[in-house]
Design a protein around this ligand. Structure first.
Ligand code: FEO
Length: 398
């Protein structure tokens, strides 16, 4: 992956694999790295779609220089200004000073604010087109997928949709840039983890963009992260549609926070009874020892969500509070919700979980009983676990 790779006869992937950054946006773990994809279209006029993170600009520029030789770079299309894609703009301008930067009205402020670039900008509106020769590019504004300036670029000859972050995923590209040559299940999981952490909050805007783009004949999806979907674009379009419309599968995610193991006992008892009720897909997570991104990834797959917390300083256990905050931020909906907790001298966690359920941004169905155990769970509590599992399984299986 150290050289440009042809996507079509005249369109090249000139992206980079980042296997060094530990945390995406300094928050989300990257155990498998991440790719920053950029694409070069060779025609009478040459256009580059997006750049890469600043730390990788040298190898990125080498790929472009090798393809172009003495030829000029005419356009840089900026689909998205987040620095993991705009980081090399200044260096690119230094090498190609006549380069025209193409963005929309909102892109202009970002270019000035991040890089002090005010000149040589071509502002396009929704539906505008640029002719390169044999290739024609059309621009579709897709605000808040997931920044206000985001847009997509459609290339008519080969029917390629350069989609920005949409349809993207975590994980570097291991040996090929094409999804149909890679481990699809692995890249789909990493795409769902990416969606749930980065894009999920903007699901209604994703749905809006999907409706607008439905009329395009798209043969290739070329996102800024993850593999290029060349022979199977419908696969990732279908997944983004499902994730952004809260379509889930039969299964239950149980997340608990426990100081001394009592809340954990309840979580285990619920899981055992869910299996007895015929639920095979169960993800059981200790919130203090599991990165938030993995819990969100699975919550965006399964219909059931059961959250438990010990009471800590009269409130939620902090790692559980972090998950609750993330779910509120993403306006979780269409899940079947169960709540449990334990305390010794003062209850509080279950009350906080009920407030979460009552929040106007949460549109889930609450399953009874709500379990709030004092001290170690006794026989009555275990009976309640059986009831909760039975009621949860009945709804999740529907
Ligand atoms: Fe990959 Fe929103 O930047």
């Amino acid at each position: 992956m150290n050289k440009a790779i042809p996507v079509t006869e005249k369109i090249y992937w000139v992206g980079v694999n980042d296997r060094e950054t530990d945390l995406f946006e300094s928050i989300w773990p990257l155990p498998h790295g991440v790719a920053y994809n950029a694409y070069l279209i060779l025609d009478q006029k040459v256009a580059l779609i997006d750049t890469v993170k600043i730390t990788y600009q040298d190898s990125f520029l080498d790929k472009i220089k090798e393809l172009l030789g003495d030829k000029e770079l005419d356009y840089l299309i900026v689909n998205h200004m987040e620095p993991d894609h705009s980081g090399a703009i200044k260096a690119l301008r230094a090498v190609y000073p006549r380069l025209e930067i193409v963005g929309n009205k909102k892109t202009v402020d970002f270019l000035n604010g991040f890089y002090g670039i005010k000149d040589g900008i071509k502002v396009v509106k929704d539906g505008d087109q640029i002719e390169l020769g044999q290739h024609k590019l059309s621009f579709y504004l897709t605000p808040m997928v997931h920044w206000p300036e985001t847009m997509m670029t459609y290339e008519e000859k080969n029917k390629v949709l350069f989609s920005g972050d949409a349809f993207g995923g975590y994980a570097a590209l291991n040996g090929s840039i094409f999804a149909d040559q890679l481990d699809l299940a692995f890249y789909e999981e990493e795409s769902r983890r990416y969606f749930s952490t980065i894009v999920a909050k903007y699901s209604p805007m994703v749905q809006k963009a999907l409706s607008r783009l439905a009329g395009l004949d798209t043969k290739i999806i070329a996102s800024t992260h993850g593999p290029v979907w060349k022979n199977n674009p419908e696969h990732i379009i279908n997944r983004y549609d499902r994730w952004s419309s809260n379509q889930t599968e039969e299964g239950v995610v149980i997340v608990y926070g426990s100081m001394y193991g009592n809340t954990k006992v309840i979580a285990e008892a619920i899981a055992e009874n869910l299996v007895k009720e015929g639920i095979a897909k169960i993800c059981l997570y200790d919130a203090a020892r599991t990165d938030l991104s993995y819990m969100l990834r699975d919550i965006w797959q399964y219909r059931g969500l059961i959250v438990g917390s010990c009471t800590y300083n009269t409130e939620l256990f902090p790692p559980v509070a972090a998950l609750i905050s993330a779910l509120l931020n993403r306006r979780i909906e269409q899940r079947v919700l169960g709540i449990f907790g334990s305390y010794s001298w003062s209850s509080g966690a279950v009350k906080a979980l009920q407030s979460f359920y009552d929040n106007q941004n949460v549109k889930c169905e609450l399953i009874t009983p709500v379990i709030d155990a004092k001290y170690a769970p006794n026989g009555d509590v275990i009976t309640q676990c059986e009831q909760l599992a039975r009621n949860m399984a009945a709804v999740v299986k529907k």
